[in-house]
Design a protein around this ligand. Structure first.
Ligand code: PLP
Length: 422
């Protein structure tokens, strides 16, 4: 979870790695810092399929997978080919390129609530733009998000969870617990008419995986409609991962706006915002809400994204991935039970989190209450056995189409060995 990444506890330990001579903390994103597991940042130099290699030549089965980006694994041949073909034409053109329309069409055809797309360079930027658009479209300034959901590092969306945001803004960002319809009802009764949008990760992956309870997202859709609030699904992780239509396809819910990122760029920087034509046309140049970018719709990101979404359309991997993920979740739970460790395992689609906690984890508070020291021992023991999981108890493990039963068995076996030490 993002707030956890920046508390004193995680800040205290400064790195001694050579990288920290030139990079803050030796990294460019705090999730890469390994402070939750009391280790130096791991530097990787290469990857293929489900396996990555570090600077010392050690190999690991990777369950980080670009934080959910690499659904087709590292260096999928179709993406590598598409990139080299695109580079023969140019690297950056600076005007519009036909590939932008093609990727937008692939997204619109898979996700019915999306009629128009605007590409950005990151998921952060897509979420910031969604908030601006929602504020303009409703004439309201407040927004509501959920504890533990992460929507990138834009000011409005991070208000209250990082230093450096004006005090006056704090009152405009409201938060309620995930999976708590009563807190949602109460807050909307009080503030509903002042809210521009509610933004949610429909299946949160940024406090570890949380699974929405029956009826929760439906209730959210009904309430936002009642109060004239725009519902924004942040599908930066779930888009094209939990099914071709994302979480909204899975749960049969039509949000007003959707943000994408990660998978749709095939490993290159990307984000996207989509929604109905009428709403999206508030964006410049059709409308009065500004968004633009030198690299928005970058030809290489488009090429990698098109190759990825085409591959997913031609051979949908979702049923197989889900079986494999269930097998992993069962294996991890059994390993824990066998060795007497209290744990609970949340999974959805092709993402899993093991929480070292004796009770079910249905919200961020429960995730935060899990045993972090045991997590660190477990993650470090896995790494010593050549299995790489996210170095934080508040992240998801991701599977790709290149993960096999053997990879999953390897993690389960390593986990048996690790649990016995924890
Ligand atoms: C990664 C992520 C973002 C931010 O995307 P970036 O490309 O890292 O800026 C936004 N929302 C969710 C749900 C994410 O997981």
């Amino acid at each position: 979870m993002v707030t956890e990444r920046i508390t004193r506890r995680t800040r205290r330990r400064t790195t001694t790695s050579p990288a920290s001579r030139y990079l803050v903390g030796g990294v460019n994103s705090p999730v890469r810092a390994f402070r939750h597991v009391q280790a130096e940042p791991l530097q990787l130099v290469g990857g293929q399929g489900a396996v990555v290699r570090d600077t010392a030549g050690r190999r690991y089965v990777d369950f980080i997978m670009g934080w959910g980006t690499l659904l087709l694994g590292h260096r999928p041949p179709a993406v590598v080919r598409a990139l080299s073909r695109a580079m023969e034409r140019d690297i950056l053109l600076g005007l519009t390129h036909p590939a932008e329309t093609e990727l937008a069409q692939l997204i619109c055809e898979a996700v019915p609530s999306v009629e128009r797309v605007r590409f950005t360079v990151s998921g952060t930027e897509a979420c910031m733009t969604a908030v601006r658009l929602a504020r303009a479209a409703t004439g309201r300034s407040k927004i509501l998000t959920f504890d533990g959901c992460y929507h990138g590092h834009g000011d409005s969306l991070m208000a209250g969870t990082t230093a450096g945001i004006p005090e006056a803004w704090l009152a405009d960002t409201l938060r309620v617990p995930f999976n708590d319809p009563r807190a949602l009802d109460t807050t909307l009764r009080r503030e509903g008419e002042r809210l521009a949008c509610v933004m949610i990760e429909p299946i949160p992956a940024n406090t570890g995986v949380l699974v929405p309870e029956a009826g929760f997202l439906q209730r959210l859709r009904a309430l936002t409609q009642e109060y004239g609030i725009l519902l924004v699904f942040d599908e930066v992780v779930t888009g094209f991962r939990v099914g071709p239509g994302g979480a909204q396809g899975r749960y049969g819910i039509r949000p007003d706006l959707t943000t994408f990122g990660k998978i749709i760029g095939g490993g290159l920087p990307i984000g996207a915002l989509g929604g109905s034509a009428s709403l999206m046309q508030r964006l410049a140049p059709d409308g009065d809400v500004y968004h633009g970018g030198t690299f928005a719709g970058h030809p290489l990101s488009m090429a990698a994204g098109i190759a990825t979404l085409r591959a997913l359309r031609v051979a949908p991997p979702y049923a197989r991935l889900e079986r494999l993920t269930q097998r992993l979740a069962d294996g991890l739970a059994k390993a824990a039970a066998r060795h007497g460790g209290a744990s609970s395992c949340n999974w959805a689609g092709s993402m899993v989190t093991v929480f070292f906690s004796g009770r079910p984890v249905r919200d961020a508070a429960a995730a935060q209450a899990s045993d972090r020291a045991r997590f660190a021992q477990w993650a470090n023991a896995l790494r010593a056995q050549g299995v790489l999981v996210p170095p934080s108890p508040f992240e998801a493990l991701f599977l790709s189409t290149t993960h096999t039963e053997a990879h999953v068995e390897r993690l389960v076996r390593a986990s048996h060995a690790a649990w016995s030490k924890v």
